[in-house]
Every structure is written in C-alpha cells, then in structure tokens.
Ligand binder design. Structure first.
Ligand code: ADP
Ligand code: ARG
Length: 349
C-alpha cells in the first residue's frame, strides 16, 4: 500500500469509508489542492492507505481541510453521523438537562464510567499538520491553563518525555493514559516527534484527566468507578468551562468542535461504560441489535481496536455530530439500561 500519485487501488475486502467515497472523480478533483497550512489529499488519506482495515481512513490537518476536501469528507461525515451539509450543530453542555440516574446502584454490571471530549486550539493546525514548535506551544498553553485549576480538578501535568517506563505502563494498564505507537495515528503523521510535546494532567484521584497532543490537542476526560454517569458528566462540564476561560477552542457553526478525525466532530464526546455482560456476549447478534438500536459502539476494554476481557465491554455513543452532548450521553444511558435488563433476563435462563 505504498502512497503514490495515482488513484489508489483498494483491495476488494477493504471496508473503509475512504475506499467507499474516494471515487476516481473526487480523487482527480482534489489531488492538487492544498490548505494554507500545506495539508494535501495525500496526507488526508495516508492512514487509510497504510491501514486497509481502517473503518474510516481519513484525517484533517486543519479546519480548512473540511472545506478544501469537502467532496471527500462530506459523504464520510454524512454516513458516520447521519448529518447532512444543510444541517447545523447545536451544543448543550448543561448537566441539569441530563436525566441519568445510576442504572446499576448495586454495582453488579458497570465497572466504570468515562466521558471525554476532544478539543483543539482555534487558529492552529490540527495534529496531522502541526509543526513541532506549534505542538510545543499547545503543550505550554494547555499545561498553564490546567495548572490554574483548583478544587477537585486540581492536579499535576506530567510530560511523557522522560516519564519512567513503569509509570507510563501502569497508567496505560489502568486505562488512564494513551498507548504509544498506534499505527492509524502513525500513518496520519500524528506521532511525529514522539514523545515531545505529549503529556497527561490528572488530579490525585485520577477522576479528572487531560491528554495533551495525542490524536487531538486536548482530550478532556472525567472518569470513575461505578455507574454514576451524571456525576462524571458534571465534573467534565465544569472542567470544560474553566479551561475555556483560558483557551479558545476551534469551533464551527456547521461542524461544532473541530477534531482531526471526522468521527469526533460536533460534540467530540464519547461517553462509555465498562460493563460486564457475559450472557449477552454469548448472544452477540442480540447484543449488537440492542447497541445498534441505541446508536452505540462496542469496543474491547483496552481502548479502540482491543478485545473484550472476561465478558466486559466498552459501550459508548457512536454519533457525535448533529446531536447535543446531552443526547450523546443519553444514547449511552438508554442503551446501558436496556443491556442490563436483557443481561438479567438471560442470567435467569
Ligand atoms: P478514546 O477515543 O475515548 O480516548 P479509547 O478507546 O482509545 O478511546 O480508550 C482510551 C482509554 O480509556 C483506554 O485505556 C480505555 O480502556 C479507557 N476507557 C474507555 N472507557 C472507559 C471506561 N468506561 N472505564 C474505564 N476506562 C475506560
Ligand atoms: N482511523 C481509524 C480508522 O479509520 C480510527 C477511526 C476512528 N477512531 C478514532 N480514534 N478517531 O479505523
């Protein structure tokens, strides 16, 4: 899958949205275009050409990419989020509007809850096109803003550069830190100058964390054991508004919060639980029927592209654009309520 200057040949079993939507005509229309930060079609599709098993296969280098390469991005965005060119995005981060009482007060099914949003700084390129100096500047601005937080958000910024291997490994195993060397990010140019400019901020309890310069410049994360989804959301929204007092994030009326991967546009929010459903796991078609009905995605428990361990799965909202943050969390909540109900019935035989 060498990247060449001609229309790529996708293998017949390639299922990526890139392979579906990059027609010869669109390729010809876009192949010589460039954004003002120098991002090209070749760079946008590099990850999907290097990794034919991609689900999507494209990344944006800047806000302008979504316009310059709209002929490719628009149909991908439409298929992933069900969101058309004529739609507009509305944000709602008001935790008061969320109706999500703990669906598992006895703590039998939900191991932990995590909600994250991606954010990128306005008027800077996104990770795939950022320069080293700009990335270092992001780290500086982010760590300064984070170091000013107080109360339950007060914590410390730990740069990845120079972090002890045992410490980073333990953070990864405990689901707090991103992994190094992701091949999808690598091919998208998102791992350049690794580990410089990357890091993690967290409070002592590790219930509030921020990843710096991974797939997006900031990933703002709230997580805790158990199923108190509302508490997790409240902590997240209060952190976002405090960080927004210091940093202006890239936002467009049409696409919402701008992210490097089109799957994260809009709310850039992924609300997930790690949930124990061994009986549903044995009835996978039924499991998927429920998750599809509620617009949910099933992942393994060690992050994207990982496997389930012991009947525990990561269940999260799939759509993020054209729905509010409240709706994203509500999708996850409603699906989890149904999964628990069916899992209980299956356990009774
Ligand atoms: P994201 O794009 O949301 O960062 P990943 O699937 O790469 O998604 O997950 C990042 C990390 O967060 C992984 O270590 C994963 O195990 C962890 N994680 C995701 N959801 C939960 C959850 N509900 N509870 C605990 N850890 C979680
Ligand atoms: N580029 C990868 C693919 O196409 C990941 C897409 C969605 N996930 C993400 N982390 N952005 O499969």
């Amino acid at each position: 899958m060498a990247i060449s200057n001609s229309y790529p040949n996708f293998p017949s079993d390639c299922k990526s949205l890139l392979s579906k939507h990059l027609t010869k005509e669109i390729y010809e229309e876009l192949k010589n275009k460039k954004t003002s930060s120098g991002f090209t079609l070749e760079a946008a599709i590099a990850s999907g050409l290097e990794n034919y098993d991609s689900g999507i296969g494209v990344y944006a280098g800047d806000l302008e990419s979504y316009d310059t390469f709209a002929a490719l991005f628009d149909p991908i965005i439409e298929e992933y989020h069900g969101f058309c060119k004529s739609d507009s995005h509305v944000s709602n981060l008001n935790a008061k509007d969320l109706n999500a009482p703990n669906p598992d007060v006895e703590n039998k099914y939900i191991v932990s809850t995590r909600i994250r949003v991606g954010r990128n700084i306005a008027n800077l390129p996104l990770g795939p096109a950022i320069t080293k100096d700009q990335r270092d500047e992001v780290e500086k601005q982010a760590s300064q803003a984070l170091n000013s937080l107080d109360g339950n958000l007060k914590g410390t910024y730990y740069p990845l550069d120079g972090m002890n291997e045992e410490v980073s490994q333990k953070l990864i195993e405990d689901h707090f830190l991103f992994k190094a060397g992701d091949r999808f990010l690598e091919a998208a140019g998102l791992n350049r100058n690794w580990p410089k400019g990357r890091g993690i901020y967290h409070n002592d309890e590790k219930t509030f964390l921020v990843w710096v310069n991974e797939e997006d410049q900031l990933r703002i994360i709230s997580m805790q054991q158990g199923g108190d989804i509302k508490e997790v959301f409240q902590r997240l929204t209060s952190a976002i508004s405090k960080i927004e007092e210091k940093i202006k994030f890239s936002y467009s009326k049409h696409l919402g919060y701008i992210t490097s991967c089109p799957t994260n546009l809009g709310t850039a929010l992924r609300a997930s639980v790690h949930i124990k459903v061994p009986n549903l796991a044995q009835n996978y078609a039924h499991f998927e029927e429920i998750t599809n009905k509620h617009h949910l995605q099933i992942r393994g428990i060690n992050g994207e592209h990982s496997e389930s361990v012991g009947g525990v799965y990561d269940i999260s909202n799939k759509r993020r654009l054209g729905v509010t943050e409240i709706q994203c969390v509500q999708d996850m909540y409603d699906g989890v309520v149904e999964l628990i109900k069916v899992e209980k019935e299956l356990a009774l035989g």
